[in-house]
Design a binder for this molecule. Structure first.
Ligand code: HEC
Ligand SMILES: [Cu+2]
Length: 483
């Protein structure tokens, strides 16, 4: 008899404790609207790519946010500047981190040297205009309003003063994180990355102070698509960093004003994505959409060292408009995860070992009898082999492939051109005053073909002319790289 009662008691207790556990862990009755406000604090704001530290408070507070609008000329790309309108002196604007339930007292200050009025629409606000209606602020003024952070998540803020598109296009956006009251899972590194476009009167790379082009903005034809306000803002010594086996969280935003980002990190898989910046988590994601005026939190572990490139996978934006950044991961290689190249050898489609092959057949290459023929044959080689990188008109691709048109590097000594083709070329070189640090693979061409293609280039694209013979090519092949 006793044992039955014991059993019943056990069942009851178990049910009770499960119910208790459930109510504690998944829904703990936190009501951000009713949370008691204890004390007050000033929010720490950070410039990109930095993020303020996690909030370790276990209560809601009155949190003061001070944000100053500064209009100033800033670098958009090498040799290119733009008059940016900024929240806090950076593009994107300073990162704001608050806790769910906080009462945020927001101060918007418009520097007296500025020319225009501004305001702020924070997507984290429940209230008219997301605060815009309360913050219209002329130069030399300050406005204040307060809001309760009711919905945890990652939100965009932006200026909403007419013409709104222009204020956003000029750099007026940033991110505000409302941390859930229980906090976010701990990670090793957090970074702030925000994509946006710039519509300049000059073409991509055209030097000088570039004015805003309203027509290109309306047509949605940006010259620049960038992360954190400038081409190369997070490249080389400014790369964001992590160590092997770090857990990394990126707070990714998109200021637009027009384009949706196909955000991707080359060589990484997002273990978790809080898509659209909300509560839902999608796992094992390659590329996540970040809409204009939206955000996403992505998390991943850096299992192996190396450079991992952040891109908008609408890929011309990455390689031709600037949407590139680097996460540089240090640490020991781990062949259990990634081996690196294990082999690079001659490939014989017919299976050289099994079949009896006729003597390795030389490719049939017509021998040029005249310089004109050399140029003509050279053009064919150029169009089939070289133009994919150096472009049809020899102009190259800025920052990636040097021009062979009017190339002082080549004209200085055509042997350097021969060498690039027969031996390949890497390491830093300067062509017409621009530095390149690319890799040109050595090309599998005969002496005759190399003579033709270099002669073609020398006699086209505004170069100095001249002829290269197969004998000269053979010499360079013998003698090794010329630089
Ligand atoms: C896969 C891309 C690629 C292809 C294909 C390619 N190159 Fe290059 N080339 C480069 C890169 C990158 C450099 C610069 C290397 C560096 O920065 O050290 C370069 C440099 C050169 C240079 C010296 C710099 C200059 O601009 O004068 C010449 C000449 C040249 N290439 C000619 C050729 C010719 C001729 C062909 C075709 C037979 C060819 N390249 C095919 C990528 C390429
Ligand atoms: Cu504005």
């Amino acid at each position: 008899m006793n044992s039955l009662r014991d059993k019943l008691t056990t069942v009851l207790l178990t049910t009770l404790s499960v119910a208790l556990l459930y109510s504690c862990s998944s829904k703990d009755n936190f009501n951000p609207q009713e949370a008691e406000i204890e004390g007050e604090e000033k929010a720490e704001l950070t410039m990109p790519p930095n993020v303020p530290p996690p909030i370790d408070r276990d209560h809601a507070t009155k949190l003061t946010v001070d944000l100053e609008v500064v209009e100033k000329e800033m670098k958009l790309a090498d040799g290119v500047t733009y008059t940016m309108w900024t929240f806090g002196g950076s593009v994107p604007g300073k990162f704001i981190r608050v806790r769910e339930g906080d009462m945020v007292e927001f101060h918007l200050k418009n520097h007296p040297d500025n020319k225009l009025p501004h305001n702020i629409d924070l997507h984290a606000v429940n209230g008219p205009g997301g605060g815009a209606e309360s913050t219209f602020t002329a130069p030399g003024r300050e406005t204040v309003f307060s809001f309760r952070a009711l919905n945890p998540g990652l939100y965009v803020y932006h200026c909403a003063t007419a013409p709104v598109g222009m204020h956003i296009a000029n750099g007026m956006y940033g991110l505000i994180l409302v941390e859930p009251h229980e906090g976010l899972p701990e990670v090793d590194k957090e970074y702030y990355v925000m994509q946006s476009e710039f519509y300049t009167e000059g073409d991509y790379g055209e030097r000088g102070l570039q004015p805003f082009d309203m027509n290109k903005a309306i047509d949605e034809h940006p010259e620049y698509v960038v992360f954190n306000g400038a081409v190369n803002s997070m490249m080389n010594d400014k790369s964001i960093t992590a160590e092997k086996d770090d857990k990394v969280r990126l707070f990714v935003g998109n200021g637009g004003p027009n384009l949706t980002s196909s955000f991707h990190v080359i060589g990484e898989i997002f273990d978790k994505v809080h898509y659209e910046g909300g509560d839902h988590v999608q796992k094992n994601v390659q590329t996540t959409s970040v809409p204009a005026g939206g955000a996403s939190m992505v998390e991943f572990t850096t299992e192996v060292p190396g450079n991992f490139i952040l891109v908008d996978h609408a890929i011309f934006r990455a390689f031709n408009k600037g949407a590139l950044a680097t996460l540089s991961v240090s640490g020991e290689e781990d062949e259990n995860v990634y081996t690196g190249q294990q082999l690079d050898r001659v490939y014989q489609p017919e299976g050289g070992a099994i079949q009896e092959m006729p003597e390795e057949k030389e490719r049939e290459i017509p021998t040029a009898q005249t310089v004109e023929e050399r140029i003509k044959f050279g053009q064919e080689t150029y169009m089939s082999v070289c133009q994919s990188c150096h472009m049809k008109d020899g102009s190259g691709v800025e920052g990636a492939f040097p021009p062979v048109a009017e190339s002082d590097y080549l004209n200085d000594d055509p042997k350097k051109g021969i060498s690039a083709v027969v031996h390949g070329l890497s390491g830093e070189i300067t062509v017409n005053g621009e530095t390149y640090k690319g890799i040109m693979p050595k090309q599998n061409l005969t002496d005759e073909e190399v003579a033709n293609v270099i002669t073609y280039i020398l006699n086209n694209f505004g170069n100095d002319g001249g002829t290269v013979t197969p004998e000269q090519v053979a010499e360079v092949r013998e003698q090794g790289p010329v630089k």
